[in-house]
Design a binder for this molecule. Sequence first.
Ligand SMILES: *[C@@H]1O[C@H](CO)[C@@H](O)[C@H](O)[C@H]1NC(C)=O
Ligand SMILES: *[C@@H]1O[C@H](CO)[C@@H](O)[C@H](O)[C@H]1NC(C)=O
Ligand SMILES: *[C@@H]1O[C@H](CO)[C@@H](O)[C@H](O)[C@H]1NC(C)=O
Ligand SMILES: *[C@@H]1O[C@H](CO)[C@@H](O)[C@H](O)[C@H]1NC(C)=O
Length: 324
Amino acid sequence: MGILKMRILGLLLIGISIIGCVNGDENESFKKPPTIVKMVKGTKMCVKDWECNKLSKFCCNLTITDYLDTDQFELLFAKRNSPVAHAVGFWDYRSFILAAALYQPLGFGTTGGKKMQMKEIAAFLGHVGSKTSCGYGVATGGPLAWGLCYNKEMSPSQDYCDDYFKLTYPCTPGAQYYGRGALPIYWNYNYGAIGEALKLNLLDHPEYIEQNATMAFQAAIWRWMNPMKKGQPSAHDAFVGNWKPTKNDTLSKRFPGFGTTMNILYGDSVCSQGDIDAMNNIISHYQYYLDLMGVGREEAGPHEVLTCGDQKAFNPTAAPAAAS
Ligand SMILES: *[C@@H]1O[C@H](CO)[C@@H](O)[C@H](O)[C@H]1NC(C)=O
Ligand SMILES: *[C@@H]1O[C@H](CO)[C@@H](O)[C@H](O)[C@H]1NC(C)=O
Ligand SMILES: *[C@@H]1O[C@H](CO)[C@@H](O)[C@H](O)[C@H]1NC(C)=O
Ligand SMILES: *[C@@H]1O[C@H](CO)[C@@H](O)[C@H](O)[C@H]1NC(C)=O
C-alpha cells in the first residue's frame, strides 16, 4: 500500500513539473531566470534577475517591473515629451528601472506586500513629479500630467558654490552646481556627497546628472533611501514603517507616512506652515499616481499621516547646523 501511494505521488509530481515547464517555455523572450532561494540563519533570501541581483530578503518579493510597466510609466508622465516640455527625450522607464535595480535589494519598492510596494513607488514618484513639473494652472491634461518636464534649473542665478565646504567638497573651477535631476540636487556639498555615495565624480562633472537619466534617477533614489543626517530616518524608512517615532517625534506630530517624507526631504520650506501650496502640490502628485497605478488615493491614509503642515521640522532652517 505504502509503496503504491508513493508511486502515485511521484507520478503526480512529475506531471505537475512537466506542465510547469511547458508554461514556462511558451514565450522565451519574456522568461526571467528562476529565482535562487537560500535560507540564511532562518531567513529566506533570494537572488532574482538583473533587477534584484544581490542575495536579499527583499528579492524574494515582487520587483518593480512586476507592478509598474512601461505603459503605466507613460500614463504617469504623459506630457514629458510634448514639444513644450524642457527635457524632451530624456526621461524614460528603462532608466528608472536600471537605477532602481541598485536599490531593490535594499528594499526600494520591494518592502512589504504588493500594496505597500506600489504605494512607495507612487510616493517616490510623487516627489519627483512635483519637483520636475511644468504644469501650471491651465496646462492641457491638467497640472498633474506634467511631471518629468524638467531635468535642470532653467535660469540659475548663481553657481551654488559654498566655500564653507572647500576642504571636503571644493568647487571645481567652471563647474556649476545648480539644480539638476529627478529630486533636484543643488550646491557643491550635495553633488559631492551623492557622488561619493554613487562612486561618480559629480564634483568635477555635475553635468552628468542632466546628461544621463539613469544617474539622475540613481541620485534621487539614493536621497530617498538615506537620511539627511545621522540618527534621523530616511524617507524610505519613514514611509514603509521601518522607522519608529520617539516621544519627541510624536510630540512634533511626525508619524510614519508620506507627510514625514516631505519633512525629511524639504524641512520647513514645505512643512510646519499649515496647508500651503508647496506642500499640497507634492501630495496631489502622490494621490494622482496612486489613482493611475490602480491603488487608489484613499490608500494614502488620514490627514495627519499624509500632510506635514503641523509637523515640526527635523532640521529647522534657523538651526546653525542645518546643512542641506
Ligand atoms: C512573446 O513576447 C513578445 C514580447 O516581447 C510578443 O511580441 C510576442 O507576441 C509574444 N509571443 C507569444 C506567443 O505570446
Ligand atoms: C514580502 O512580501 C510579503 C507579502 O507578500 C510581506 O509580508 C513581507 O514582509 C515582504 N518581505 C519583505 C522583506 O519586506
Ligand atoms: C549612464 O549612467 C549609467 C549608470 O552609471 C551607466 O551605466 C551608463 O553607461 C551611462 N550611460 C551613458 C550613455 O553614459
Ligand atoms: C525634539 O524635536 C525638536 C524639533 O524637531 C528638536 O529641535 C529637538 O532637538 C528634539 N529633541 C530631542 C531630545 O531630540
